[in-house]
Design a protein around this ligand. Structure first.
Ligand code: PAF
Length: 274
């Protein structure tokens, strides 16, 4: 695997490499990332991953400084997954001057996760567009675990006519259902055994909707009450339209149940399509 940190070197290495498929990450890779790397192979000739912990998408009280940086272990996994090129810019490579131009996503950036992480999706969209400009891929893969992020990027690509196919990869889960996430490493042993409750409650919502329940607010409130009773601090549990994350009416359109809740100091998110 070739590793490049400078944008010019990366671009030179990507000449005549056929169809380029890109999987951006912030490192601390787990089986969910590796599944995206493996799927990427089916979408092109050259698989490019990136590792960059993007300051712009972290709020002032979030975990930018303590975000796990495990570069060598990540490289080993990428080599084993057959990734061709790793783009690992430093902050000076990607932000050589303060980033003053931003991508401002529309209303979707202010709901759900955006309501609780102001500026997060602006930071994500800005770095993703910049990474796209560095790598110039024909396809890019993002995990469905970050459902709202995937939607923000899909909409950005469509509205800005980026010539890139945006592909969503299924969430990879531990045997007990917990969605794999770099932040799971923050959980204590007791929190780790409690954590799958989030997925179980989303499953309960899905089962209830499939059985005909249409009082979504009641389902959301019941799940939030169950989380509170088990010691979680919940930002939201929400049943939304898959198409735009809007609040559904009672018709049979595809839905998704999403949740973000804090166990101790660790904020976990998950979702399940209905
Ligand atoms: O999902 C992530 O890891 C990040 O938000 C991304 C897409 C790499 C942008 O920094």
């Amino acid at each position: 695997m070739d590793i490049h940190s400078a944008i010019a070197d990366l671009r030179a290495a990507l000449k005549n490499r056929g169809r380029v498929v890109f999987v951006p990450t912030m490192g601390n890779l787990h089986a969910g990332h590796i599944s995206l790397m493996t799927q990427a192979r089916a979408h092109g000739d050259t698989v490019v991953a990136s590792i960059f912990v993007n300051r712009l998408q972290f709020g002032p009280n979030e975990d930018f400084d303590k975000y796990p940086r495990t570069f060598q272990a990540d490289c080993d996994q990428l080599v084993a997954a057959g990734v061709d090129i790793l783009f690992a810019p430093t902050e000076a490579d990607l932000y050589p001057e303060p980033q003053e131009y931003h991508v401002e996503p529309p209303g979707i950036q202010n709901v759900l996760d955006g309501e609780f992480r102001p500026g997060h999706f602006r930071g994500v969209a800005t770095v993703v567009l910049k990474l796209f400009n560095c790598v110039q891929p024909q396809a890019a893969l993002f995990g469905k675990k970050d459902y709202q992020q995937l939607m923000v990027i899909r909409n950005m690509a469509r509205q800005l006519a980026l010539p890139i196919d945006i592909v969503g990869g299924e969430t990879v889960r531990a045997d007990d259902g917990l969605a794999l996430s770099s932040r799971n490493g923050y959980l204590s042993a007791a929190e780790r055994s409690e954590a799958p409750r989030l997925y179980r409650l989303l499953n309960d919502i899905r089962a209830a909707v499939r059985a005909g329940e249409r009082n979504f607010a009641a389902l959301e409130n019941a799940a939030m009450a169950a989380l509170t009773a088990a010691g979680w601090k919940t930002d939201y549990v929400a049943v939304r339209r898959q198409s735009d994350l809007g609040i559904p009416d009672a018709t049979g359109i595809p839905l998704v149940a999403l949740a973000a809740s804090r166990l101790g100091n660790t904020r976990l998110i998950d979702n399940i399509e209905i």
